[in-house]
Ligand binder design. Structure first.
Ligand code: SF4
Length: 767
């Protein structure tokens, strides 16, 4: 059967059947005994008691392994008993499960049959244990040897007319060593086509912080949160996505600090935290978190902050002691322009736009006026909007006016969602050209890297859809389900001649593939990576810029899997036929060689093998030294930001895609979202009860959600309407199920981060 004829009928959604939902009142606290029970339940079920307890005792410990989930930093003195949270334990159980799948499984199930399962079910099948190939004329994966796999990839890459017809994606789980070797191989191959998962999450933070403060990373360290006077938590749900952050906020509260939560949803983790590591949390009342919750409407953070700044400016005009004028004079540009700009906004209009009650605004203004040590933490609730970059710049304005920058207990804190997403960028995973980096590569690696900008995630999807991207290689991740515009992205992947997934577990991107597809199974973070009897370790960079070591302890899922650096080095060796200025094979075997190269080529790394021991070391951060010499006028920049305009039609809502509590990115650990009172179901739509009344919806009505951008209707079918405390006109539903609604060509200006947190949709009853 010729390649042309076979069009695999694989589903990009899987089953949309309901799973017998149970609803309860949303919870008013996070963690507690229930959190411990859930953490152990997942571990014992997936790994068994002994294996699970052995691994949990080593997670996030100095000589242990780094949690494979979010990028929250480890405290200098980690708890020796349990330095992890419930969702960290779930992430471990998920990767270290004893469930495994091999060739027999793929003989039994075709990719078409597998694609009918839900993402949750696919993930539950277990660990991948040997390299597999899906040949053009087939719908079943079959085993392939590593060497044949490297040969097949090399042949496809060599057959391309232009290196830019190949695209190399990186997910934030990859270690510094794997990401560095991958990035250097891609450049040696001849392209900068290196989209990565941060394009879809904190790219807006990178752009906003680079232009206002001179570095695309946060400036705070963990200890700064402990002693801050005020911590603003904006567009973030730490109780589910960065749970150990609650311990830091608990310390802040116990030190007299205040917490302000800014989010359309009042999330359980920012109401009360029952820290299971102390009696008060285990059997007592826990620690109340947010002192003030501002239930801002979706994407109305700028009107909210402008209103606060206007009020602070009025107070400062009177007493000249609200803004830090010495700091502004010495380190900040744009003060007069900003103050002049603020005057033009009408307070009533700002109040209506943000939807926050006046008394809450006054409470917030009073608190911020009186305090100096202020930290702003944020996540996707600020970044995934067309004005994502401006959202972040507006909060930087607040910090600069208060002089809350470059000193202890104050500053910026974009909280990274994936354990090494920041490290991947720091060691060179980027689609844009950094000339200084290219010069160092030429000097130390002996080849001239490409000088043409490559594609980011949005660009990659478009290139594959239009047939300009022919080979797509993914270092980790579940690209199809993480990306937006699922149907368009599925078509893009199927246009490729070859797609390659370097993965630990089965997901939908293994089923919606190019004509030929390869699965290359790799290690989990918790698994031993032995070479010639020696245990090898990796390094990661946490959300606050500290580089530390991670070494696994568990027996790998199979003898036929390889570590990421090993398979990348071996592939490069085969591709260049062993003739290249870089000794890829040697690096694949000895990670110290990779780290020595990182120290020479990647900015800020220094003696990493030594300094990453123990608590590790911080990469340089100019903001911490108040060095803004790379910026215009050598000063930090205040900026003018526009009010967002969504111009909703009468029957339109703004939808934000969210995670449930049993989920990490696109990995679904379970079907519950206990903090929001939803059990055993993911196809739910959270709606304001007054909106339900005015639109004729009842609780549990089955509805279809559609977006209508550029005269194209995109629909997510069959969701149950759930009344929820959310601002009028706003909706929330889980991703990846609703990513189909987000157009590939709608993203944040300049950062191109998808608009997943403010999608204009309509809702109708399902037929
Ligand atoms: S807070 Fe993040 S890094 Fe820490 S244990 Fe939990 S999921 Fe893992």
């Amino acid at each position: 059967m010729s390649e042309k004829k076979l069009k695999r009928k694989t589903s990009f959604t899987g089953s949309t059947e309901f799973t017998n939902i149970k609803l309860e009142e949303p919870m008013r606290y996070a963690a507690g005994k229930l959190g411990v029970k859930e953490a152990l339940k997942h571990g014992f079920k997936e790994m068994g008691i002994v294996r699970s307890m052995r691994a949990l005792l080593e997670m996030n410990q100095e000589d242990g392994f780094d949690c494979p989930s979010c990028a929250w930093p480890n405290p200098e003195n980690p708890s020796t008993v349990a330095e992890y949270c419930e969702n960290g334990a779930k992430a471990l159980a998920d990767e270290a499960t004893t469930n495994k799948i091999a060739r027999q499984f793929f003989t039994k199930y075709s990719v078409e049959e597998l694609s009918q399962f839900t993402d949750y079910q696919l993930n539950k099948f277990g660990r991948l244990t040997e390299p597999l190939v899906l040949r053009p004329e087939s719908i079943h994966y079959e085993p392939i040897s590593w060497q044949e796999a490297y040969g097949l990839i090399s042949e496809e890459l060599r057959s391309l007319n232009d290196p830019n017809e190949a695209i190399f994606y990186t997910s934030g789980r990859s270690s510094n060593e794997a990401a560095y070797l991958y990035g250097m191989f891609v450049r040696a191959f001849g392209t900068n086509n290196m989209p990565d998962c941060s394009n879809m999450c904190h790219e807006s933070s990178g752009v906003a912080l680079s232009e206002t403060l001179g570095i695309g990373k946060g400036s705070t360290k963990l200890e700064d949160l402990y002693a801050a006077e005020v911590v603003l938590v904006v567009g973030q749900n730490p109780g589910t996505n960065h749970p150990r952050m609650l311990s830091a906020l608990e310390k802040c509260k116990q030190n007299g600090g205040k917490v302000i939560s800014i989010n359309p949803l009042e999330e359980a983790g920012l109401v009360n935290f029952k820290n299971p590591q102390n009696l008060k949390g285990l059997v007592g009342s826990g620690e109340d978190m947010a002192d003030i919750h501002l239930a801002v409407k979706i994407n109305q953070d700028i009107p909210l902050v402008k209103l606060i700044l206007k009020r602070l400016a009025e107070l400062d005009a009177r007493d000249k002691n609200v803004f830090d004028h010495d700091f502004i004079a010495q380190y900040v540009n744009g003060y007069d322009e900003l103050l002049a700009d603020l005057v033009q906004y009408d307070e009533q209009d700002l109040l209506e736009r943000c939807g926050v009650p006046e008394e809450k605004i006054n409470e917030t203004v009073a608190l911020l006026a009186a305090k100096e040590d202020i930290v702003v933490c944020w996540a996707m609730g600020l970044t995934q909007h067309e004005n994502g970059v401006q959202n972040i710049r507006e909060f930087v304005n607040l910090l600069l006016l208060k002089g809350a920058m470059g000193k202890p207990n104050a500053g910026t804190c974009p909280v990274r969602g994936h354990s090494n997403v920041q490290g991947d960028r720091s060691v060179g995973i980027m689609h844009y050209v950094d000339e200084k980096l290219n010069q160092r590569i030429e000097k130390h690696l002996g080849f001239v890297p490409p000088a043409e900008e490559g594609v980011d995630t949005v660009g990659a999807i478009k290139a594959m859809y239009e047939g300009r991207g022919k080979v797509f290689i993914c270092l980790g991740g579940n690209f199809l389900m993480a990306a937006n515009d699922t149907e368009y992205t599925a078509q893009a992947l199927q246009n490729c001649s070859l797609t390659v997934q370097i993965s630990t577990k089965l997901n939908r991107t293994h089923l919606v593939t190019g004509k030929t597809a390869l699965i290359l199974p790799t290690y989990g973070r918790s698994e031993k990576d032995m070479k010639d009897g020696k245990l090898r370790y990796f390094t990661m960079e946490d959300s606050m810029g500290r580089v530390r070591q991670s070494r696994g302890l568990l027996k790998p899922a199979s003898d036929h899997i390889k570590s990421e650096p090993e398979l990348i080095g071996e592939l490069a060796h085969v591709f260049f036929d062993g003739k290249h200025s870089v000794n890829w094979k040697a690096m694949a075997e000895d990670y110290n060689l990779i780290r020595q190269s990182i120290d020479k080529v990647a900015k800020g790394f220094d003696n990493t093998t030594e300094r990453s021991k123990g608590v590790g070391y911080y990469l340089p951060n100019n903001v911490r030294n108040l060095d803004f010499s790379m910026l215009p006028g050598g000063k930090a920049q205040l900026t003018l930001n526009d009010l967002p305009e969504h111009n909703l039609e009468r029957d339109e809502f703004l939808l934000m895609t969210i995670r449930s509590h049993d989920q990490f990115n696109t990995t679904i650990y379970g079907l519950d979202d206990r903090y929001r009172g939803v059990y055993n179901e993911r196809r739910v739509l959270f709606m304001n009860s007054n909106d339900m009344k005015s639109h004729g919806f009842k609780k549990m009505d089955v509805v279809d959600i559609s977006s209508h951008y550029d005269n194209k209707k995109r629909t997510a079918y069959k969701f149950l309407v759930i009344p929820y405390s959310i601002p009028k006109g706003n909706l929330a539903a889980y991703f990846p199920e609703t990513n189909v609604l987000v157009p590939y060509n709608r993203y944040a200006h300049r950062s191109k981060t998808p608009i997943s947190k403010s999608v204009k949709v309509t809702v109708v009853k399902s037929e």
